[in-house]
Design a protein around this ligand. Structure first.
Ligand SMILES: Cc1cc2nc3c(=O)[nH]c(=O)nc-3n(C[C@H](O)[C@H](O)[C@H](O)COP(=O)(O)O)c2cc1C
Length: 330
């Protein structure tokens, strides 16, 4: 039994921001937290990080930026009592053990999440992520190695199956392990994100948990596009919480007291904050073009938005982007 397992004391209707590659770095997590009301956001995840990279003496430097946590983020995490979880991926249990040891020793995450859901061709070819759904013995070995290596609470984020829903079989196998939580993205590997999430699968997972009498949290994920939708899905499925992915792209105020759309000034000042924090944090070590995917999150739904977005997309540096904003604001 792990001490201080925050999953055991989770809010009864927990909300998480999903791990998203090139999106949920320390900067964006801080921006989202800065808009969140107390007790409306409970869990944050890093971008997925390869255990091969973490274990490789030279490769490590190429992946460790994914685990960067600014002091200003730590302050907000503590103030809002939000847990931050490192997500890792790979397929060699020994590397999971070593990576988990490293995380417990060198970082200060509250838990570790194992990616068993990514459907992208290049990772499946390496027999990792969602490919583990069809290799349950290996998946369980990986969970075990990660718990033993870290002594931290370990969770899994996964899908309902590879080619068809296999929720009963797969969730049953995961819930037989010492995992503390499972996030179920209610789509198969083959569905990518091209079809609506099937929340009946989350209800099935909850029934499996009840039947097994497992003290393991289940979060549902897929198409949660507003806070109230999240609350309804929790109620209807019986899940312990929901995870929000692309919903944050349509509204960065998703977790605020009032999640309605904001006016032009608020949108622009949040984007400015994002650009400045990105520059302070990464300087030139992360490509400026990563920021471009965020522009449309803030710059939409007001007069002149399209023109401002176009000049932001043409910008080649933080300074040029901030300059485009100040020209618009004059
Ligand atoms: C840009 C992007 C990057 C993602 N990166 C990750 C990742 O690193 N790890 C992971 O487990 N899932 C990743 N996902 C999947 C999301 O966490 C989530 O499961 C998926 O978007 C479905 O939720 P949604 O319908 O609310 O968007 C990513 C999704 C997007 C859109």
């Amino acid at each position: 039994m792990l001490q201080n397992n925050f999953w055991k004391k989770l809010n009864p209707a927990a909300f998480a921001l999903a791990p998203m590659e090139d999106v949920t770095d320390t900067v964006f997590r801080e921006v989202v937290m800065s808009t969140a009301a107390f007790d409306k956001l409970h869990l944050l995840f890093t971008e997925f990080t390869s255990v091969d990279g973490i274990c490789h003496p030279l490769g490590r430097n190429a992946v460790l930026h994914r685990f960067k946590v600014n002091q200003s983020e730590t302050t907000l995490l503590q103030k809002n009592q939000i847990k931050l979880i490192a997500q890792i991926w790979g397929n060699d249990p020994e590397k999971f053990f070593k990576a988990a040891e490293f995380i417990a020793r060198e970082c200060s995450f509250d838990g570790i999440d194992i990616n068993m859901g990514c459907p992208v061709g290049k990772v499946i070819k390496q027999n990792t992520c969602s490919a583990l759904i069809d290799q349950p013995n290996l998946a369980l070995e990986i969970i075990d190695a990660t718990i033993k290596g870290s002594g931290l609470p370990v969770s899994v984020k996964t899908r309902t199956g590879t080619h068809s829903h296999q929720t009963e079989r797969w969730i049953g196998q995961l819930l037989g392990s010492d995992v503390s939580a499972v996030t179920l993205h209610a789509r198969t590997q083959k569905m990518l994100s091209n079809y609506p999430a099937d929340w009946d699968q989350v209800s099935i997972a909850v029934k499996v948990k009840q039947r097994m009498n497992a003290d393991i949290k289940i979060l549902g994920n897929g198409d949660v596009n507003s806070y109230n939708t999240g609350l309804k899905l929790i109620e209807n499925s019986g899940a312990d919480g929901v995870m929000i992915g692309r919903g944050i792209f349509t509204n960065p105020w998703f977790f605020s007291e009032d999640d309605s759309q904001r006016d032009v000034n608020e949108k622009i000042s949040l984007l400015e904050k994002h650009i400045r924090l990105f520059q302070e944090t990464w300087n030139s070590s992360r490509n400026f073009s990563i920021l471009k995917r965020f522009f449309k999150i803030y710059i939409h739904g007001f007069e002149g938005a399209a023109a401002l977005r176009a000049s932001l997309m043409d910008s080649r540096s933080h300074e040029e982007a901030l300059d485009a904003i100040s020209r618009f604001s004059k």
